[in-house]
Design a protein around this ligand. Structure first.
Ligand SMILES: [Zn+2]
Length: 247
């Protein structure tokens, strides 16, 4: 049986909850530029893919429909941007959680494909802990950080952290080649900023990506590889579940 809430009927949800499916995974995406070669929905596609992989390892989890808009104002100036204010996104998550608790959910996992959602996630977590103290929460604040598992996969294939990048580089592009290759415009892929991330962070925070990378890329998407992308996703999902089970 499907574990996707949007594909289930209410009697199926009732039966699943009665049988112990009291964890909901909520994928959280974004609609923002991802360089000249990746679609604006990249973070949403990646968040859904990670939710699927985590759910495959957690048979009692239900998967909520993805929220496709996050907090992405650091991408202002690039066409196509959609974004919510921090309090708005936090409010959407809290509102959905309140309804989940009413029909029996006991643990909420929010998987964000976009690092810029972290502040809203922290605010949502604070509100939910106050309003719904019985709801267990697990909200890793970003999936795009250069976690050790991703760096290790890359290193085994002679890919550097600078090439993986933190936005639309080898990391996200390889994952998209694995997940949705028809949406990757390989011929348009070009190298972005590959220097020290710490060196650009102050400018990123105040002026946004456009000030540090005119093409919108942080990393090197030209070396991307579909098989490596699948390994990134699987390694990340495994690490996520290990952390979740450690709760
Ligand atoms: Zn992204």
């Amino acid at each position: 049986m499907t574990h996707r809430l949007a594909d289930m009927t209410w009697p199926e949800v009732a039966a699943a909850v009665a049988a112990g499916a009291t964890t909901v995974i909520l994928p959280l995406g974004a609609t923002e530029q991802h360089g000249p070669h990746l679609p604006l929905g990249t973070d949403t596609i990646r968040a859904v893919a990670l939710a699927d992989r985590v759910a495959a390892r957690l048979p009692t989890a239900l998967i909520a429909p993805a929220l496709p808009v996050g907090c992405s104002d650091e991408h202002a100036g690039f066409p196509g941007l959609l974004s919510l204010d921090t309090a708005t996104l936090a409010g959407v998550i809290v509102d959905c959680a309140r309804r989940m608790v009413a029909w029996g959910v006991r643990r909420l996992v929010v998987l964000s494909g976009h690092g810029g959602n972290a502040t809203a996630l922290a605010l949502a977590a604070e509100r939910m802990r106050n309003e719904m103290p019985t709801l267990a929460l697990w909200l890793p604040t970003a999936l795009r950080e250069l976690d050790a598992v991703i760096v290790a996969v890359a290193a085994s294939e002679a890919i550097t952290p600078a090439q993986i990048g933190s936005h639309a580089g080898d990391g996200e592009t390889s994952e998209m080649l694995a997940l949705s290759p028809a949406l990757v415009r390989r011929e348009a892929a070009e190298v972005g900023y590959c220097g020290e991330f710490a060196a650009i962070l102050p400018t990123l925070r105040t002026l946004g990506l456009q000030a540090v990378t005119p093409n919108g890329v942080l990393g090197d998407p030209t070396v991307a590889d579909a098989a490596r992308g699948a390994r990134y996703l699987d390694a990340y999902a495994t690490a996520l579940v290990e952390n979740l089970n450690a709760l």
